[in-house]
Design a protein around this ligand. Structure first.
Ligand code: AMP
Length: 170
């Protein structure tokens, strides 16, 4: 995992002034590091203690679907507005750079009892908190969340009332 940090590039003032954007896409251009990362995330207790994975649009899908295959767990998705068909449950949230909402298909959520939340990066914690609220509102359990990167300065984990795991803390 030594190489992991070197594959993440920082873009300053993207997508807004003042934001140091961490571009994680370099990880998937290095299959050996990507594989090692997925093996590590898949064996984490947050994944092991869940019945299903819930991954967050869009970069969360990359890691969530690979973990789903490796850990042999079903995956459902939390998506941005106007993306999912059918009966949805929705929740608003604040981003490090803006506001949005996330939705989950009610039918998909009904099928499982406990979920591990997967995303690429933990910043202020608003996104993961939104998904945690969605799941808990439906009377389901959250085993915790796991991200590839955690931005320690933003103290996102303090906002979350759940087990928080991350592979690279920067
Ligand atoms: P937050 O809700 O503040 O924890 O933000 C986490 C979500 O926003 C993740 O889905 C990230 O992909 C994205 N995000 C927030 N801040 C950054 C950042 N500095 N660099 C890259 N992605 C970010």
């Amino acid at each position: 995992m030594e190489k992991l940090e070197s594959l993440i590039k920082t873009y300053y003032d993207f997508p807004k002034k003042g934001i140091a954007f961490k571009d994680i896409l370099g990880i998937i251009q290095d299959p050996e590091v990507f594989r090692e990362l997925i093996l590590k995330m898949s064996s984490n207790h947050v994944i092991k203690n869940s019945e299903a994975i819930i991954s967050i649009e869009a970069r969360g899908f990359i890691f969530g679907s690979a973990i789903s295959l490796q850990a042999c767990k079903p995956m459902i998705v939390a998506r941005k507005p106007a993306k999912l068909p059918g009966d949805l449950i929705q929740e608003n949230y604040n981003l490090e750079y803006g506001k949005s909402s996330l939705s989950i298909q009610t039918e998909a959520l009904k099928k499982f009892n406990s979920f591990a939340i997967v995303d690429d990066l933990l910043a202020t914690g608003g996104t993961i908190k939104c998904v945690d609220n969605l799941i808990k509102k439906s009377g389901k359990e959250v085993s915790g969340c796991i991200t590839v990167v955690e931005l320690l300065d933003l103290k996102g984990r303090n906002e979350l009332n759940l087990k928080v795991e991350s592979i690279l803390k920067i």
